[in-house]
Design a protein around this ligand. Structure first.
Ligand SMILES: [Mn+2]
Length: 361
């Protein structure tokens, strides 16, 4: 166990040590570029926007003005509009791809994360030889011609913060707020297991450089529309237990009454997972075709991805989702099966789900 951890630490430190050398290579390629695109994933989150803007700020110090684009047609969520210059990240005009002499991908684990853009312009993307891939996802396919992939980083913004340091580029207040928003977004405010001492050091540096922590925490975690409060009130009112599983459900009527969207229910399953006595939580959304399920656990010996693999689901050991086709299982059959899986200890779990190994990382 201990040896394993030492091994992971060594690999992580090695990856972090690479940042200065690769950062210099990236700077050299940017310097030679005349038509540069910084591309991030569709449905951009705080880390996506922040990484694109942070990378653009590095380019600006070399006198290169890039286009910053997301690959999908989804516009920026309202709660990200506080990020300085966020409006400069626009939706990609696919015709630009063929004209670029350098594409820098940020926070994209693979080209498929580019969604519709990959479907419609995958060939153009593959023809673009001069590509740089800056990312922190463990699953990154290292698809770039030059890759700065640091799985031990909690956010791409953490890597970009280290690039500023490695290149001895100063971070102004706006850029500090931007980068810290990315780190806070992906770590839920330095709370996820992915948060490391290096993450905290990067965050501390950004606060020293004038990052506005207050606005970040308000916008990312505290402020919500009243419709969300009403939706949560209705959903919490209906909370039930099935064995060690705490769960609730949301249907269209509840959404209509609260005037809320489905997205507003997202934090609810995490909130329920922390209920003392629960082994896991589930949120069930009634869709026209059946139930969409989201599950969470805080228990180290529970793997919700493995449990949901029996219901065409998947994800991570602590957070996973599934689609319940009424032909496969009713809601109550599902709840009973999950409660049973949660009650059986890890040793006998494979008997319930024989081919579960693929879900263990
Ligand atoms: Mn990220």
């Amino acid at each position: 166990m201990i040896a394993e951890h030492h091994h992971v630490d060594a690999v992580q430190h090695e990856a972090l040590r690479d940042i200065p050398a690769i950062a210099r290579q990236i700077r050299d390629r940017v310097r030679e570029s005349e038509r540069l695109i910084i591309l991030t994933h569709a449905n951009p989150d705080a880390d996506a926007v922040s990484s694109a803007l942070g990378m653009a700020a590095i380019c600006a110090t070399i006198g290169v003005e890039p286009w910053m684009v997301t690959s999908g047609d989804a516009s920026l969520p309202a709660n990200l509009e506080f990020i300085p210059n966020a409006h400069r990240v626009t939706v990609l005009d696919p015709a630009l791809i063929a004209t670029a002499d350098l594409i820098i991908f940020v926070d994209c684990s693979d080209e498929k994360r580019l969604g519709p853009l990959h479907a419609s312009h995958g060939e153009d993307l593959e023809r673009a030889r001069n590509t740089i891939n800056i990312d922190h996802h463990v699953t990154n396919t290292r698809f770039g011609a030059l890759n700065l992939v640091v799985p031990s980083a909690a956010a791409t913004a953490e890597i970009i913060t280290e690039m500023f340091e490695a290149l001895s580029i100063g971070v102004d207040r706006d850029c500090a707020t931007t980068l810290l928003a990315g780190i806070y977004g992906d770590t839920l405010g330095l709370r996820t297991p992915s948060t490391t001492p290096a993450t905290m050091r990067a965050a501390a540096t950004l606060v020293e450089q004038g990052a506005d922590l207050d606005v970040i925490v308000d916008q990312l975690f505290r402020l919500k529309p009243y419709s969300s409060v009403q939706l949560w009130a209705a959903a919490l009112q209906q909370t039930k237990w099935t064995g060690p599983l705490i769960w609730t459900q949301i249907d269209q009527e509840m959404l209509d009454r609260a005037g809320a969207t489905r997205a507003e229910a997202e934090g609810l399953v995490n909130f329920l997972a922390g209920t003392i006595g629960a082994r896991a939580s589930a949120l069930l959304y009634l869709e026209p075709w059946g139930w969409r399920v989201s599950m969470r656990t805080l228990a180290d010996d529970v793997d919700v991805a493995r449990i949901l693999s029996r219901f065409n689901g998947g994800g991570h050991p602590r957070a996973a989702g599934a689609r319940l086709d009424p032909g496969d299982a009713s809601r109550d059959e599902f709840l009973t099966a999950v409660a049973k899986a949660l009650t059986v200890d890890d040793v006998s779990a494979p008997a319930i789900n024989g081919n579960s190994d693929g879900y263990r990382s």
